[in-house]
Design a protein around this ligand. Structure first.
Ligand code: VAH
Length: 378
């Protein structure tokens, strides 16, 4: 009897805590119907003196695809808020030494459900940020792999989040829209018929996440990111990547060859705004969210406009335009601007970087990086 009580007390505490903290309609999720605790988890609790379960105020966070453009920076911000040991960065690649020094890093393959489940149980994860994905251009070059990672990998994460009652963040993108969507601006809710496997997989993610939320109460959260501009991380093979490369070229060779037409306008965002939006959205009380998937916007610019702004700091920058048919076709199918009024109304989203602030910050960051690496600055 005693052992039974010892099991049910922590379980009841979790169910109580989850159902209260989880806000809306938690009790409808399948984990309250036939939910079974793994023997390993029960044994860990039976040996625990006190129930120091993670909760709303001190989540334990797993980030998949952590070595891409966004994971390391997001982990740094989350670790400042929730503690170094409570944010587990993961990927299938070996990280550089400094990543290990910043906090826990583990191997995690989103195609290996058992591996993921073990991490969630052993690290007592309560939030999951799912960054593993092939982006637009690399996805078109390897559709089969993009379908595996972006769809099968997503399904593993969705099932795990449902079973373990996780708060799940999955990013979507301007690439989730297509040529038949309203493009200027693109609202949160409209026709979405993207023409890339990346976009198709992201729309699928939006729809699957929202289905599991409405049917089982999964705390699924999704932001449609614009092109993200970062100085310290390389983008992962997308259509908006020119907007990162142009800064590096401006300070190294002084010449940028642009694979888009000079007048191709796309929504863009400084990585600092992207991380802040993600954290603020993950922290927003569930009852404030009228949607589960939101557009977030900061600015929209063309290659010519960003080049003109850079020339205020680097007057000799030369840009030649050599449109790549694949990337130009993708860019021409994407929104020109985003309507993010719902995010601003529901959870107070507000960007802090415009084009001027972006250019100034990018150039100073890359200048410092090159100088400390002993590289010449043009
Ligand atoms: C891409 N940078 O170009 C990514 C992004 C908004 C686009 O998802 O594919």
């Amino acid at each position: 009897m005693l052992s039974g009580v010892r099991v049910w007390v922590p379980l009841a505490a979790t169910l109580f805590r989850t159902s209260c903290l989880g806000g809306c309609n938690r009790m409808r999720s399948p984990q309250f119907r036939g939910f079974s605790w793994s023997p390993r988890l029960i044994s860990r609790w039976n040996t625990r003196d006190s129930i120091d379960l993670p909760n709303e105020d001190n989540p334990r966070i797993l980030i998949t695809g952590g070595l891409g453009q966004l994971g390391v920076g997001l982990a740094e911000i989350l670790r400042k808020q929730y503690g170094k040991e409570n944010v587990i960065l993961s990927d299938i690649k070996k990280p550089p030494p400094e990543v290990y020094q910043c906090g826990p890093f583990v191997y995690a393959d989103v195609l290996d459900y058992k591996n993921l489940r073990e991490l969630v149980v052993n690290y007592r994860i309560t939030w999951l940020v799912h960054y593993s994905a092939l982006l637009s251009v690399v996805g078109e070059a390897n559709v089969a792999l993009a379908r595996k990672i972006n769809i099968t990998g997503l399904h593993n994460v969705l099932d795990l989040a449902l079973e373990s009652c996780l708060r799940l963040f999955v990013p979507s993108t301007i690439g989730a829209f297509g040529p038949t969507s309203p493009r200027d601006p693109a609202p949160d809710l409209c026709v979405q018929r993207p023409r890339t496997i990346y976009g198709v997989s992201k729309v699928h993610g939006e729809l699957m996440g929202e289905y599991l939320h409405h049917k089982y109460g999964l705390d699924f959260r999704c932001l449609r990111y614009p092109g993200v501009i970062s100085a310290n991380t390389q983008p992962g093979g997308g259509t908006t990547d020119y907007a990162v490369q142009i800064f590096h070229d401006a300070l190294s060779t002084g010449h940028h060859e642009c694979y888009l037409r000079a007048d191709t306008r796309l929504p863009m965002m400084h990585i600092g705004d992207c991380h802040r939006a993600t954290v603020e959205f993950m922290q927003a009380p569930e009852c404030q969210l009228s949607l589960r998937t939101y557009n977030i916007a900061a600015m929209s610019f063309t290659p010519e406009e960003v080049a003109t702004e850079i020339r205020k700091h680097v007057p000799h920058l030369k840009v030649t335009y050599n449109p790549d048919p694949v990337r130009q076709t993708i860019a021409d199918s994407w929104p020109v601007r985003f309507d993010d009024s719902n995010a601003r109304r529901d959870w107070g989203w507000k960007s802090m970087y415009g084009l001027e602030e972006l250019v100034s910050d990018m150039l100073s960051s890359i200048h410092d990086k090159r100088t400390s690496a002993g590289l010449p600055v043009s």
